[in-house]
Design a protein around this ligand. Sequence first.
Ligand SMILES: [Zn+2]
Length: 327
Amino acid sequence: MNQTKYYYNEDTCRYEVVVPSKRKRFFRAFFYLIGASVVASASLLAVFNYYPTPKEISLDAERHLLDQKWAYLDIQEKNIKNALSAMQVDDEDLREILELDSLSNDVREAGIGGSEIIDDESSENLIFRDQVVDQYKKIAKLKAQLSVQNLSFDTLSKYAEARDWTWSHIPAIQPVSHKDLDHLSTVYGMRMNPVLHRMMPHKGFDFMADKGTPIYATADGKVILARMTFGGFGNQILIDHGNGYETRYAHLQRANPFAVKEGDVVKRGQLIGYMGSTGRSAGTHLHYEVLKNGKQVNPIGYFQMELNPEAYDKMLELAKKNVSPMD
Ligand SMILES: [Zn+2]
């Protein structure tokens, strides 16, 4: 608002505009500038107090990011813990199946010393040192527990592999199919010999069926004998199962008795020959023996793999009739 001032000029008899002196004009301009700069400074202060500086913005973003990373670490730690617990449960189940001792909690917990985890000079300057050390400890513990778990799985898988080999090499099925079987003699031990008519030990089971009935290997192994032998067994097959076990299949048919030859490697359930009555035999049957470390054992404990309950029932039913051995 510019207030123009006038004065009465007696010389000219007129009102004329008052022109301020130079000095006055200078002060007027000076005070005006001071006022303006005060207002400007105040406005700037207000602006900076209200809006963060670029540096503040970047620090804030960094903190936000760190918060998120920290929260993510917590979640990940929980996820790994849960996965580890599930693995430990599986591990214990496997140990039960394989009849192995369970791992003690001391071993599973994998105790870790704290101080050596983060002890270098660089950690001295950390603002949240305690929290960081705590997190380091948790992760180091998880790593140790996971490596214990890995080692355990490794051991279990090697053990299971070895056991599977052993299992497949132990006689565990019948050498004659149930559908072919007419009679079964489970008589094992001293009894009257049907051919020689005197008391003699019978060291196997006799499976009775038609001539030419297929005979199967009862476990994996190698055929070490497949020929006509003298001394009572006639055409016989002997299989070495490699872990102290052998099985004998005697009295095979006269013509084409063998489906394998000596030296052949056979699998459990593989056809090896045909039923007959060669050697000292009172009729068509298979004389079957299980030998452990060179000595006959009662085969009754070696039919674990009966495939279905009906088949098993048939075996029991036939065994109940308890017919005499045919040698
Ligand atoms: Zn017999």
